[in-house]
Design a protein around this ligand. Structure first.
Ligand code: HEC
Ligand code: HEC
Length: 294
């Protein structure tokens, strides 16, 4: 009798303990979810969308610069035409206005200034922006304090809100493809280009409408970051063909990148001013005489 009572009391105690434990885990999970929700919505609260900014009647100077910077990134020829040299916009490579992880996102304010092998000095964010005008856009390097550079820098700061200073953002740059064990093969790349890319980027790599040129004088020049097969392959693998991303194998991405970077494109401006001038004149003439994108 006593034995049974004791064991029943023990069982009740155990169920009570189990119930308390369950309640505690429930409480904890509610707390966890709530804090996660607050954590996620805080940056969202702090950062109005570009559309919200555009709809405001009055913008302070910083906000006005963000909107101008966004416009430059989305339509470079329209908003920074005096420094643009090709048909490309920043968003042609910094996808979705620089918001696409692994598509050269621009939420990078926290990692600058940074030492860079390309010019052997520490680059601030302004220098990085100016470099892309000169090489990736095959244009003219804007002055450090030009309204265009300052506006893009403001937009980069805006995109970087919530990132950890000093640490690269998630999805920085593009993926580095693993070694496939085989060299990139341009003839095979040409066949892939015909099959997967030609519908949008054209038989001469010339692009069409909002679709940018991948070679020729309207594309990036030979000094640009993308004129590197590894980097281009990482970009292509993660982001192209648009709408069917990540459908190529790593080897196919390398092959098509090698093919694209063997095609004609504008000189590296570091090779000389005279060469560059001759090229500009040639480009003007071919545009005037209706043979653009040779
Ligand atoms: C043809 C493609 C292309 C275009 C167009 C282009 N960029 Fe870039 N940009 C790159 C590449 C490639 C890098 C180097 C990323 C790396 O080193 O991994 C880069 C790097 C940058 C960086 C530093 C980002 C980082 O990850 O550290 C900034 C800022 C930048 N570009 C701004 C611009 C702006 C502003 C424009 C338009 C005026 C522009 N870019 C146009 C390809 C391009
Ligand atoms: C459905 C159309 C489409 C297809 C197919 C496509 N692209 Fe693109 N590609 C785009 C668009 C659009 C952009 C510019 C991004 C933007 O404006 O949002 C772009 C950008 C690029 C860029 C960077 C900008 C430049 O002009 O250099 C490269 C390189 C590129 N594509 C390579 C490829 C390759 C290689 C393939 C085939 C494997 C491919 N694309 C297939 C639409 C396409």
């Amino acid at each position: 009798m006593l034995q049974r009572d004791l064991s029943r009391a023990g069982a009740e105690k155990r169920t009570a303990r189990r119930r308390a434990l369950r309640r505690m885990t429930q409480m904890l999970s509610i707390l966890f979810t709530a804090s996660a929700l607050i954590g996620w919505s805080l940056p969202a609260l702090a950062r109005p969308t570009i559309e919200e900014l555009k709809a405001r009647a009055v913008l302070d100077d910083y906000e006005a610069n963000i909107v101008f910077g966004y416009n430059i990134v989305m339509q470079t020829n329209k908003y920074a035409g005096r420094y643009a040299g090709s048909s490309l916009s920043c968003t042609s490579c910094h996808l979705r206005g620089g918001t696409q992880p692994e598509g050269f996102p621009l939420n990078v304010a926290g990692v600058y200034p940074k030492w860079r092998a390309k010019n052997g000095v520490r680059n601030g964010i302004g220098m990085r922006i100016r470099d892309c005008f000169l090489y990736s856009l095959n244009g003219i390097m804007p002055p450090e304090e030009s309204p265009e550079v300052l506006a893009v820098a403001a937009y980069v700061s805006y995109l970087s809100e919530g990132e950890v200073i000093g640490r690269p953002p998630k999805g920085w740059g593009v993926p580095t493809l693993p070694d496939t064990g085989a060299d990139p093969n341009p003839p095979r790349g040409q066949a892939i280009y015909q099959r997967e890319c030609v519908v949008c980027h054209g038989a001469k790599g010339e692009g069409q409408g909002p679709i940018p040129a991948v070679w020729g004088l309207n594309s990036y020049n030979a000094g640009a970051g993308l004129n590197n097969v590894q980097k281009l392959a990482g970009f292509i693998w993660a982001n192209m063909p648009m709408g069917n991303e990540r459908s190529l194998t790593h080897q196919e991405a390398l092959d098509v990148a090698a093919f694209i970077n063997l095609q004609y494109r504008a000189f590296d401006p570091r090779e000389g001013r005279l060469k560059k001038l001759a090229e500009r004149i040639y480009h003007r003439l071919t545009t005037i005489f209706g043979q653009a994108n040779p």
